[in-house]
Design a protein around this ligand. Structure first.
Ligand code: URA
Ligand code: SF4
Length: 205
């Protein structure tokens, strides 16, 4: 089974969001509190996609509203992109985690969970039909741009995609938060903003 079995007959963001709330196409519906669907304007020219909701997103039911989302907001603003002008989503819509003490620690979705969930983000892409697709991190990049994409090698340059005329891959904002020290965090953040500046320039064209 995949999310394709849950797609509504007619694709609109409202119908997709409603249908996704009842998705049980993979075991993660039991782990997450709720389906965290994408959000943003239907006419967005820019589509940003991450891996899966985190702890805060799981609670609030909205993408990129936790620490990684804050970093993303700031980086977008520095690059001259308004979050309101973009559509934000994830390739996997339920939070996968393991308990550690009182905390819920993020776990990477596996290949079958990603394959099961991908029809949701593909449907969002079909409805929005963005000019530019930006994959945040290797999970999103490999799920949507192909297994051969390497974020470290391919970041910040235009890539081919069936989902948008232009696509980019860059790091996931969470990876910047995990940098081992302040200096590398500052450097990683600057490189991330540089990648987003390339996206901003492409949006201007
Ligand atoms: N990380 C993601 O990939 N997506 C979110 O929505 C939040 C954190
Ligand atoms: Fe459905 Fe995706 Fe949630 Fe799995 S993670 S149950 S495929 S919405």
């Amino acid at each position: 089974m995949t999310a394709a079995d849950y797609l509504p007959p007619r694709l609109s963001l409202t119908a997709l969001r409603e249908a996704s709330a009842g998705c049980r196409a993979c075991p993660l519906w039991r782990t997450g509190t709720q389906t965290v669907f994408g959000e943003g304007r239907t006419r967005a020219r820019l589509f940003l996609v991450g891996e899966q909701p985190g702890d805060r997103e799981d609670e609030l039911g909205r993408p990129f509203v936790g620490p990684a989302g804050r970093l993303l907001d700031e980086a977008l603003a520095e690059a001259g992109i308004e979050r309101e002008d973009a559509y934000l989503s994830n390739v996997v819509k339920h939070f996968k985690w393991q308990p550690r003490g009182k905390r819920r620690i993020h776990q990477k979705p596996n290949a079958s969970e990603i394959a099961a969930c991908r029809p949701w983000v593909e449907a969002e892409l079909a409805v929005i039909s963005p000019r530019i697709l930006v994959c945040l991190g290797a999970t999103a990049a490999q799920a949507l741009l192909g297994r051969g994409v390497r974020v470290t090698r391919d970041r910040g340059r235009a890539l081919e995609s069936t989902f948008a005329p232009v696509a980019f891959a860059t790091v996931h904002p969470s990876s910047i938060l995990r940098a081992p020290d302040d200096e590398s965090r500052r450097r990683e953040r600057e490189l991330f903003v540089d990648d987003l500046r390339v996206v901003a320039a492409a949006l201007e064209r």
